[in-house]
Design a protein around this ligand. Structure first.
Ligand code: AMP
Ligand code: TRP
Length: 341
């Protein structure tokens, strides 16, 4: 099966992506992923998942009540950022049990060596005393997410590219062993905003785990204007005055990237606006742009969170829709391997 369209479904390519509800999403998640999902949703047939089962791969870090609350909160952030639940399917991974079931079948065809080679596995196990086997088999669950939905395109940051390639390899291996079942997906890496760096350390990617340890590292999508101001005004720059992107230091480039990605105008226009001023002015302007961008997202978020029954109903509808495709694909997998009723 070449593409989702070739499988007899509508012509629009099927997009699937997801994020782990490990914390409130930050500006890197928004500019590197969520904003692109929103922008692409009109020409595509989209499925956006809150991958709560993936969070369990590091069980020591899980607070059960918090995990449940965060899954709903991240789903609300998807919607608040502009994902239209009429146009896109939004659901929580564990609400569609076919994902866990299919992941077992992928575990059984996934060679140990392929899983052990994953750079994220190596990074996450480094220095850790106790490692759950779920951390190793995590890509088999991700393969289930993607392949169950006849996905053509997977928009993710660079760090997830290897997992999407492994997904393709697992699909091909399954086909060799049991016959054709899946649409083969490809990763789509955004060019703009692909890597937002930490405000306190512009050499390191903005990340949820670092943000938990260091207050000045990230701006979270639910930060107050004061918190945004504090983080951005103390962003690391350098001692110069260079405000042209090409020649600027990593910290200044990061600020210009955040501004340009939220503003949408080409970089030369941004550079012209700030020309002749200093880093203090640049930071103040970036604070304004970020606060203005977050304000409507936050007000939609709070409205959604104020009506829990409506949010639950939206997620139940999402899960029901996701289940239709997922159960069809799982049935094809089961038929191919000789299990299931
Ligand atoms: P994570 O926060 O690692 O669970 O990532 C969720 C999504 O956000 C993935 O598609 C990442 O590639 C993207 N992402 C995470 N951090 C950044 C960042 N600093 N810059 C750009 N994209 C990011
Ligand atoms: N592994 C991804 C991350 O940590 C999240 C994820 C799980 C995902 N399943 C997915 C992303 C399917 C895209 C498609 O960011």
């Amino acid at each position: 099966m070449e593409t989702h369209a070739a499988a007899g479904a509508p012509q629009r390519p099927r997009v699937f992506s997801g994020m782990q509800p490990t914390s409130v999403l930050h500006l890197g998640n928004y500019l590197g992923a969520l904003k692109h999902w929103v922008a692409g949703q009109h020409e595509r047939d989209n499925v956006f998942c809150v991958v709560d089962l993936h969070v369990l791969t590091i069980p020591e870090a899980v607070d059960p009540a918090e995990l449940r609350a965060r899954s709903r909160s991240v789903a609300a952030l998807y919607l608040a950022a502009g994902i239209d639940p009429e146009r896109s399917t939004v659901f929580v991974q564990s609400h569609v049990p076919e994902h866990a079931e299919a992941s077992w079948l992928f575990n059984c065809v996934a060679p140990l060596g392929w899983l052990q080679r994953m750079t994220q596995f190596k990074a996450k196990t480094h220095g850790r005393e106790s490692i759950g086997s779920g951390l190793l088999t995590y890509p088999a669950l991700m393969a289930a997410d993607i392949l169950l939905h006849d996905t053509d395109e997977v928009p993710v940051g660079e760090d997830q590219m290897q997992h999407v390639e492994l997904t393709r390899d697992l699909a091909v291996r399954f086909h060799h062993l049991f016959g054709e079942v899946f649409v083969l997906p490809r990763a789509v890496i955004p060019t703009a905003g692909a890597r937002i760096m930490g405000f306190d350390d512009p050499e390191a990617k903005m990340s949820k785990s670092t943000a938990e340890e260091r207050p000045g590292h990230a701006v979270f999508l639910l930060d107050t204007p004061d918190a945004v101001r504090k983080t951005i005004m103390s962003a690391v720059t350098d001692s110069g005055r260079e405000l042209r992107f090409e020649h600027a230091s990593a910290g200044v480039r990061n600020l210009l990237t955040v501004w340009q990605s939220l503003d949408g105008r080409p970089m030369p226009e941004i550079e012209a606006e700030i020309a002749g001023r200093g880093y203090g002015d640049l930071k103040k302007r970036v604070v304004e742009v970020v606060v203005d961008a977050l304000e409507p997202i936050q007000s939609r978020y709070h409205a959604l969170m104020d009506d829990q029954a409506e949010l639950d109903a939206l997620l139940a509808r999402g899960a029901e829709r996701a289940r239709e495709t997922a159960s069809r694909t799982l049935a094809r997998m089961q038929a191919a391997v000789g299990v299931g009723a």
